[in-house]
Design a binder for this molecule. Structure first.
Ligand code: NAG
Ligand code: NAG
Length: 319
């Protein structure tokens, strides 16, 4: 009763506002992997990882389509959690075949690889000729982090100001060579929302990340499934209207020409281990008493990585 009246209110609001966004791509269990390429080169972030191709991922169980008890299907992307590995832990990194300019990108996840020592997963977008075409990290973190880290990376002349978001602004210059920031820091906003990353995210049953990219700004919202769920009905109904969602968790907006600094971006999922970020902060992390280095830990403890998987219900693109 309550749900159906909420539904009619939402439909009425939708009818009155007019359809701003139309679905252009819907990647889910039935069509997910054919729409992505598997990246098999050395990890550009120097992780202790071995990215495998589509056939290897499938035959060794790193990728799969899972059917839940209620009959719904999700995309599984995991890592090797059985072998001690001396040349990097097998994992996957996939890139959408399509590239995009502007749009609303909505990732609905039941699970993410975070919360595990040694891991560095990300759901992100990347333009050509880094950092010229831009990079936006929508969902990213390392080790036992509990709150999401949202970052944009560009070349010179793009910085952001706090024009209203709930996250906490850490660095404001997106230029990877910004003189007063550590190399490649980018402009970084950390989430203030519990369950936005890692173990808490997974215990809550996951959630929805949405990124709206216009010529004026790039904004990111997170909706947890904790506390009975906060995912807006307009998303569930397939008529998303960001204007109704309130403050975003992050907004990349300010003295930055968005069209100059972000273009032709592709959607990427990966799970790497250690490398530039995760190895770099190992000693100061809560994981450091488990092994002398991140690499030692990832090499020697396969069973720790069973939970290091993506459960993707869908990635939808609206324009
Ligand atoms: C683990 O090693 C065994 C034996 O070499 C191999 O058959 C298997 O595919 C490996 N598992 C993964 C996930 O790579
Ligand atoms: C940044 O701005 C300066 C000053 O206008 C200009 O010389 C430089 O080419 C710009 N760099 C980029 C990458 O846009």
């Amino acid at each position: 009763m309550l749900r159906s009246s909420l539904l009619s209110v939402a439909l009425l609001a939708f009818a009155q506002s007019g359809a701003a966004y139309t679905l252009v791509d819907d990647f889910s269990a039935t069509n997910f992997f054919p729409n992505f390429d598997f990246f098999t080169s050395e990890d550009p972030t120097h992780g202790f990882v071995k990215y495998v191709d589509a056939a290897t991922a499938h035959s060794t169980g790193l990728t799969d389509i899972k059917t839940d008890s209620d009959g719904s299907q999700s995309v599984y992307m995991g890592v090797d959690y059985t072998n001690i590995t001396h040349d990097g832990r097998p994992s996957v990194r996939i890139t959408s075949k399509k590239s995009y300019n502007h749009g609303l990108f909505i990732g609905d996840f039941s699970h993410m690889p975070g919360g595990v020592c040694g891991t560095w997963p990300a759901f992100w977008m990347l333009g050509p000729n880094w950092p010229v075409g831009g990079e936006v990290d929508i969902l990213e973190g390392v080790h036992q982090q509990t709150r999401n880290n949202m970052v944009a990376h560009t070349n010179a002349n793009c910085s952001i100001q706090d024009w209203g978001f709930s996250g906490s602004l850490k660095t404001d210059d997106c230029d990877v060579e910004a003189p007063d920031q550590s190399p490649n820091a980018g402009c970084r906003i950390t989430s203030t929302v519990p369950n936005s990353y890692g173990t808490g995210f997974n215990k809550a049953g996951g959630g929805v990340y949405a990124m709206e990219w216009t010529p004026e700004y790039i904004k990111i919202w997170f909706f947890t499934r904790a506390w009975g769920g906060t995912v807006p009905l307009d998303i569930e109904l397939g008529h998303p209207d960001p204007k109704s969602w309130g403050f975003p968790d992050a907004a990349f907006q300010g003295p930055c020409d968005i069209n100059d600094h972000f273009y032709d971006m592709q959607i990427i999922f990966d799970t790497t281990f250690c490398g530039d970020w995760a190895e770099g902060v190992w000693a100061e992390s809560s994981c450091s008493d488990r092994a002398p280095t991140c690499l030692d830990f990832v090499r020697d403890n396969p069973a720790e990585f069973e939970e290091a998987y993506w459960g993707v219900n869908s990635v939808k693109v609206y324009q």
